[in-house]
Design a protein around this ligand. Structure first.
Ligand code: FAD
Ligand code: UDP
Length: 368
């Protein structure tokens, strides 16, 4: 009865477990149904010495000082700055769509005219979500907005979400805004990079504490006993036996290939917004500059999550899903000493730093 139970050993579970064990000196049992810790951030070194992100490329980035203060106790970041190459009409360029992209994909005289118009309308370094950007009156900028919508967003979003950019929550495409800048990095955050020791090792260090016990291959439904508190980072609908119905998710299938040459592509991530069935190709050795005569890539295919067939990767941000989630949340609020957090527990499209921030916030609420 004096032990806390943490369900899930991803970032959310590891952060809350660490804080309970270290700051409050309490006992914590962490369980995960997977055979490894680190949840979707799990990485491992393969036989070629290449660090593979098993569930797709993970790049840490944050502006949140509190998150960084916490994380830096467990790892340094390297100085990797993420850029995403996209192939548009066979041309390799960078996204978010920025001023460099303009000159890469359009005739130079047209690009120059559009650049001047953009800088007349928007301040330098402004980020404009595509659905906002489409509300232009000027005919040149309208052309540009339609071009970007079609070439960057329409087909990619259809592949990724099975629906058009106008039918997913606007926050989804706003993650990759049109950027009125020459800065072609994917993120502008103050802290960004890859943990030098890897994500799994970082989380292992969070969980390595005399007050923490870990049980892998262990599902919550098989756990018996009384606990002081339960922190549940699994899917909230599953916790309540789907009594109101299932919360929809998108799943992803990564097809790994090993190639017998040093590099496969020019960048860690190359997006294919116009061609092929996969959305993007990851080449993992770029992240930590792994030296190998071989290289490992993963082609990312998106599909609907189907219970029992594949895994949950992306909550689907849509009004009707939020309403369903809210029904589960009301049930959750009736429980004593059970806390929901994490991408699955909160049904929110968290980045890693947001998952960490949320776990710290849950901890602070308990301490108060
Ligand atoms: P998870 O990592 O999903 O951990 C939840 C854990 O709970 C899992 O290990 C699961 O097995 C366990 N669990 C679930 N149900 C049960 C149960 N019943 N019993 C026991 N255990 C259970 N974020 C970034 O910041 N940068 C990126 O570049 C980035 N790239 C991403 C790419 C992809 C393809 C995806 C899917 C996500 C990406 N993310 C990225 C988001 C990142 O993965 C999440 O923010 C992070 O993993 C959330 O951690 P979590 O602990 O909440 O969830
Ligand atoms: N997106 C797109 N084309 C791209 C990149 C992103 O249409 O080339 C849209 C798509 O809807 C995607 C969303 O922007 O789901 C967010 O992209 P992000 O790279 O942030 O997604 P994640 O890395 O979380 O999969």
């Amino acid at each position: 009865m004096d032990t806390n139970l943490v369900v899930g050993a991803g970032f959310s579970g590891a952060v809350i477990a660490n804080l309970l064990a270290d700051k409050l000196g309490e006992k914590v049992l962490v369980i995960d149904k997977k055979e490894h810790i680190a949840g979707n951030s799990y990485d491992y070194t393969d036989e070629n010495g290449i660090k593979i992100h098993k569930y797709g490329s993970h790049i840490f980035h944050t502006n949140n000082e509190k998150v960084w203060e916490f994380l830096k106790n467990f790892t340094d970041l390297n100085t990797y700055m993420h850029r995403v190459v996209a192939v548009i009409d066979g041309i390799e360029t960078t996204i978010p769509f920025n001023i460099n992209t303009l000159y890469d994909v359009l005739p130079q005289s047209l690009a120059k005219r559009l650049e001047e118009k953009l800088l007349d309308v928007f301040e330098y370094n402004t980020k404009v979500p595509i659905l906002e950007f489409q509300k232009q009156n000027d005919s040149d900028l309208k052309f540009l907005a339609d071009y970007v919508y079609e070439k960057v967003f329409l087909h990619y979003t259809n592949k990724q979400w099975g629906t058009s950019p106008k039918e997913v929550d606007s926050a989804v495409t706003a993650r990759v805004p049109v950027f009125i800048s020459r800065d072609d990095r994917y993120f502008q955050d103050k802290y960004q990079g890859i943990p030098v020791c890897g994500y799994t090792r970082t989380i292992e260090k969070m969980l390595k504490h005399p007050n923490i016990e870990i049980k892998l291959n262990t599902d919550y439904k098989d756990i018996k006993g009384d606990f002081k508190r339960i922190f549940y980072t699994g899917p909230i609908d599953e916790f309540f036996d789907y009594k109101f119905g299932q919360l929809p998710y998108r799943s992803v299938n990564f097809k790994l290939e090993t190639h017998n040459h040093e590099y496969y592509q020019c960048n860690a991530v190359v997006n294919y917004p116009c061609n092929y069935d996969f959305t993007r190709i990851h080449e993992y050795k770029y992240y930590l500059n792994d030296i190998s005569s071989k290289t490992v890539i993963a082609k990312e295919y998106s599909e609907d999550f189907v219970l029992g067939k594949n895994d949950r990767y992306y909550p689907v941000p849509k009004e009707e899903n939020k309403k369903l989630y809210d029904r589960y949340l009301s049930e959750a609020e009736k429980l004593n000493n059970v806390y929901f957090l994490g991408r699955l527990g909160d049904y929110k499209y968290y980045n890693m730093d947001q998952a960490i921030e949320r776990a710290i916030e849950v901890f602070e609420r308990i301490v108060k």
